[in-house]
Design a protein around this ligand. Structure first.
Ligand code: AMP
Ligand code: MG
Length: 419
C-alpha cells in the first residue's frame, strides 16, 4: 500500500479529514498525567506552582520597632516644643537594630534609636533625627510628637494564621520574601517538566557540521529545546535520530526513564520515510491527525509507555507554530498552570492576511503601534521552510477557519510570542 494520499483528487486533503485545533489540543491536554509535587528551597521554587496552602506561624513584625532613625521619647515630654523654644532633653543611650539590652525611657530622658531597633520600654514615639538638633548627649526637639508616631506595631504586617501562599499560586519573588520572613524555607511545588526533544531525519546534520548537498543542519532540535526552556520545562535532547525503525525505537526507549513528555519533529506526515506514526503505535499508541491549521497540518499525539508524546511536522515554521499551539499549553499544564494560553491582542492588519479554506491560518506578523492601535504586518513570505519568518515575528495573526482573507485595515487577533 502506498502511503501517499491525494492521488486522483483535486484537493490533497479533504475538509472532512481535518480535526480542529481545539480537538487536537484537548486530546493532548487530557492525556497528560497530574504532576507529583516535590519540596524545593524557596529560590528554586520561583515561578513554580505551589502545591500546598502555607499559613504563617508567627507575627510580623514580631516586636515593636522604630520606623526611623531618631530618638525614642515620651510624647508627653514634647507638648511645648516649638521652633523658637525647643525642648532640650538628655540622651541616655543608643538602641541599634538587633540590640538585646534596652535602656528604660522615662519622662525627661530619651534614647537614640535606629530603624528596625526595638522600641525601649517607656517610649511611646520616635522623632526622626532630621527634625532635631541631632545631639549625642543632649538633644533639642523643635516640635511636639504624637504617641505611636514612627512606631511599627507587632502583627502590623501579618498575624499567626495569616495565609502566606495557597495551592495553585505561582511563586513570585515577593512570596519568597514573605515565606523567608516567616521562617518557611522550603515549599512543596510542582517541578518543571522534563521534556525530551527528538529530531529525526536522514538529511539532518548537527549545527556544527558542514552539510553536504541535500543535507541540512538540525535547527528544530535546538529551537524546540529553547522553546521548552522558555515555556518553563527542562529540555533534554536525543540528538539526531535517523529515519530508521530501530534507531527511533531505541531513542524513545532509552529516554523514557527521564521524560515527562516527548516532543518529536520530522517523519510525521505522508512520505515513505515518515516512520513516526508506525514506531509510536508499536511502542505505545499514537494517532496521526490532520489538524485544520496552516502551517502545521500533520500532527501526532499519543503515548510511549506512560509518557505522553507530541509529534510535530519537520518544517521549521510548522514545528514552531505547532509548539506554540499545542506543546506550550501541554508544558504549562504539566507545571500545574491553569493559564496555558499565551496572551492575545487585537490588531488591524497592516497588509492583507490570507489563509486556505477550512484551516486556521497562523501568519507570522510584526507588531507596531499606530494611533493607539496595534498594527500586524506579515513578516514577508510565509513558506513553512522560511526560518526568517519566525525569527522576525512578534506574534501569530490568527485567521479563522471560515475566513480566507483579512483585508488590510480589518481587525485580526494576534497570539503574542511573548508573555
Ligand atoms: P518531514 O516532516 O520529516 O517530512 O520534514 C519536512 C521538512 O522539514 C523537510 O524539508 C525536512 O528536511 C525539514 N526538517 C525535518 N526535520 C528538521 C529539523 N530537525 N531541522 C530542520 N528542518 C527539518
Ligand atoms: Mg523527514
Amino acid at each position: 500500500m502506498t502511503r501517499f494520499v491525494g492521488q486522483g483528487r483535486s484537493e490533497v486533503t479533504l475538509a472532512e479529514e481535518l480535526v480542529s485545533v481545539e480537538e487536537h489540543l484537548e486530546g493532548i491536554l487530557q492525556s497528560l498525567p497530574a504532576a507529583e509535587p516535590i519540596e524545593l528551597r524557596l529560590v528554586d521554587a520561583l515561578g513554580l506552582v505551589v502545591a500546598e496552602d502555607v499559613v504563617s506561624e508567627v507575627a510580623l513584625p514580631a516586636f515593636t520597632n522604630s520606623a526611623m532613625d531618631g530618638y525614642a521619647v515620651v510624647a508627653g515630654d514634647l507638648v511645648d516644643a516649638t521652633e523658637h523654644s525647643p525642648t532640650q532633653l538628655p540622651v541616655i543611650g543608643e538602641v541599634a537594630a538587633g540590640a538585646l539590652e534596652l535602656p528604660v525611657i522615662g519622662s525627661g530622658r530619651v534614647a537614640r534609636i535606629m530603624t528596625g531597633a526595638p522600641v525601649p520600654p517607656g517610649a511611646d514615639a520616635v522623632v526622626p533625627v532630621e527634625v532635631t538638633s541631632g545631639g549625642a548627649t543632649q538633644v533639642a526637639f523643635h516640635r511636639p510628637a504624637s504617641p505611636g508616631e514612627n512606631i511599627r506595631e507587632p502583627g502590623g504586617d501579618l498575624t499567626p494564621g495569616t495565609p502566606l501562599v495557597s495551592a495553585g499560586r505561582r511563586l513570585t519573588p515577593a512570596d519568597v520574601a514573605l515565606l523567608a520572613a516567616t521562617g518557611v524555607t522550603r515549599v512543596r511545588c510542582l517541578p518543571p517538566p522534563r521534556v525530551v526533544v527528538l529530531s529525526s531525519g536522514d538529511e539532518l546534520v548537527r549545527p556544527e557540521d558542514q552539510p553536504r548537498t541535500g543535507q541540512i543542519r538540525d535547527s528544530n532540535g535546538p529551537m524546540l529545546s529553547a522553546l521548552v526552556r522558555a515555556a518553563g520545562g527542562v529540555p533534554f535532547s536525543t540528538g539526531i535520530v535517523r529515519d530508521d525503525r530501530k534507531a527511533l525505537m531505541h531513542a524513545f526507549d532509552s529516554n523514557s526513564g527521564h521524560a515527562d513528555l516527548f516532543v518529536c519533529t520530522g517523519g510525521a506526515s505522508a512520505g515513505t520515510r515518515d516512520l513516526m506514526p508506525d514506531v509510536l503505535s508499536v511502542l505505545g499508541n499514537a494517532r496521526s491527525v490532520k489538524v485544520a491549521m496552516k502551517p502545521g497540518m500533520p500532527q501526532i499525539r499519543g503515548r510511549v509507555g506512560k509518557v505522553p508524546v507530541i509529534g510535530l511536522p519537520g518544517n521549521p515554521v510548522s514545528a514552531f507554530v505547532s509548539f506554540e499551539v499545542f506543546v506550550r499549553p501541554a508544558i504549562r499544564r504539566l507545571q500545574g498552570r491553569r493559564d496555558v494560553a499565551r496572551p492575545t491582542v487585537n490588531a488591524v492588519a497592516g497588509a492583507a492576511i490570507t489563509a486556505p479554506p477550512h484551516k486556521r491560518g497562523y501568519t507570522r506578523v510584526r507588531l507596531s503601534r499606530d494611533q493607539g492601535r496595534w498594527v500586524a504586518t506579515p513578516t514577508g513570505p510565509q513558506g513553512s521552510h522560511l526560518i526568517t519568518s519566525i525569527a522576525r515575528a512578534d506574534g501569530l495573526a490568527v485567521v479563522p477557519e471560515e475566513v480566507t482573507e483579512i483585508p488590510a485595515g480589518e481587525q485580526v487577533q494576534v497570539h503574542l510570542l511573548v508573555d
